[in-house]
Design a protein around this ligand. Structure first.
Ligand code: GLC
Length: 435
């Protein structure tokens, strides 16, 4: 194990030890016969998610970059190794597929090839590239990977923004990374939140894509599930901005200016179309009519990350994040507002992959990381520190679980879950440690 230099903070150092033990345990390494490439990545959880997931892997690289840059770089190289010429990167790479055929029967995933999925996930690849291009050797990694990363954002712009408003659309619920979040219920026609209802509703929405051979023009024209999702687009806009910085570092000011203009357009549309002044929150846009999906979830708070958000909107979001009746839980930040009728308590009666419903209430560490950083950017340091401290305490008491009960802190879902290690980056901010 690589031992990073000790910091001034015992709490941080203890967390580095725990994270590196977790990442050693979840490391997947080998050579894949189907493509002939080596792989080296951290899987989300060996029990339920042994493959390489797109947004998970970006988070893992951001964490690894704090203590093992070599592995952080391998993580992203593995993610991009099978990128097709058009620039797309699938949400799962099934590197060691043959070893898990039984488990795959439980997944319902659209495949581009037997080893690559045909869906997207929230696009934080530029943030991951930023993290792995710091420090020694960073410049050559930038030269190697920036063209591939840019190509990916060009694919999103070309294929997922047919109305050209700077907001990309997801074509099925799990492309948001927030599988069963209640904001989609009404649009999907889900009336009873249980696994069977969801399976039927997803099938209704996305089943016909197979006959369309997953042709994007046809999928958009069918208008069955087209959502300009706020969480996805906040991450998209932030990453367009980060990409501009990376182009600047690489000395390409023209490409940087292009990305800056694209970021400004995305932010402009979020503010203009997704803001709901009555509720003081941001909502996703559904279908060609761009109807706002007005259910209060953690998605609605995500624009706090954006540097250029108008101050009145920032203040409204910060108020709701702090409000104990809404998001200011004992163990923040719940994925659905506590006073939202569709809020659902996590339960250990539904622990298996086939029956659990995700993102309907519990607190998750990846969204906490984004929200705490957003709060810091806008000067709400005390509130950010509370979320950082509480997040760290969750892991210190209950280990790296997939998600936590906002009232009791009890952990649920997968054990030894990898992106929960983002708490290390939150502790670094909390303790004022650079890196
Ligand atoms: C669940 C989450 C998704 C994540 C995946 C692997 O499906 O909803 O966001 O990428 O698990 O951790």
């Amino acid at each position: 194990m690589i031992r990073p230099p000790m910091s001034e903070s015992k709490r941080y150092d203890a967390m580095v030890e725990r994270v590196s033990a977790l990442y050693d345990r979840n490391r997947q390494r080998g050579v894949a016969a189907w493509c002939g490439h080596e792989y080296d990545f951290v899987c989300p959880s060996t029990g339920t998610y042994p493959f390489q997931w797109f947004w998970d892997s970006c988070f893992h690289a951001i964490v690894l970059a704090r203590y093992d840059m070599t592995r952080a770089r391998s993580e992203i190289r593995s993610l991009l190794r099978n990128q097709p010429d058009d620039g797309f990167v699938g949400h799962v790479t099934f590197w060691q597929r043959e070893a898990f055929e039984e488990m795959l029967k439980e997944y319902s995933i659209a495949y581009r090839t037997p080893y690559l999925s045909d869906c997207i996930q929230p696009p934080l690849l530029a943030e991951a590239l930023f993290a792995i291009t710091r420090g020694e050797g960073g410049r050559s990694v930038l030269d190697e990977l920036l063209p591939k990363v840019r190509k990916y954002y060009d694919w999103l712009d070309r294929m997922r923004d047919p109305d050209r408003d700077g907001l990309i659309a997801i074509l099925q619920p799990d492309e948001s990374g927030l599988d069963h979040i209640p904001k989609y219920d009404a649009y999907l026609g889900v009336t009873e939140p249980n696994r069977d209802e969801f399976t039927k509703a997803w099938q209704r929405a996305v089943g016909p894509y197979a006959e369309m051979q997953r042709d994007h023009d046809k999928m958009f024209a069918a208008d069955r599930f087209v959502v300009e999702d706020v969480l996805v687009n906040v991450i998209y806009a932030e990453n367009e901005r980060v990409l501009a910085e990376l182009h600047d570092e690489a000395g390409d000011s023209r490409a940087a200016a292009e990305m800056r203009a694209r970021a400004a357009k995305s932010v402009g549309s979020l503010v203009k179309k997704c803001w709901n002044a009555k509720d003081g929150l941001f909502y996703d846009l559904a279908g060609k009519r761009e109807d706002q999906l007005d259910v209060s979830t953690v998605t609605s708070l995500m624009p706090i990350l954006l540097q250029d958000l108008p101050r009145s909107m920032v203040e409204s979001l910060a108020r709701q994040i702090a409000d104990p009746k809404k998001y200011g839980a004992a163990w923040p930040v719940p994925s659905t507002a506590l006073d939202e009728p569709l809020y659902m308590k996590p339960s250990s009666d539904r622990p298996d992959l086939t029956s659990k419903l995700l993102w309907r209430g519990p607190s998750w560490i990846n969204t906490n990381w984004y929200i705490a950083r957003g709060l810091r950017r806008h000067g709400f340091v005390d509130l950010a520190r509370t979320i950082e401290d509480r997040s760290a305490a969750l892991i210190e008491r209950h280990g790296f679980r997939e998600y936590y009960d906002p009232y009791t802190g009890e952990g649920f879902g997968a054990h030894a879950f990898s992106w929960t290690a983002l708490v290390l980056n939150m502790l670094a901010d909390h303790e004022g440690i650079d890196g």
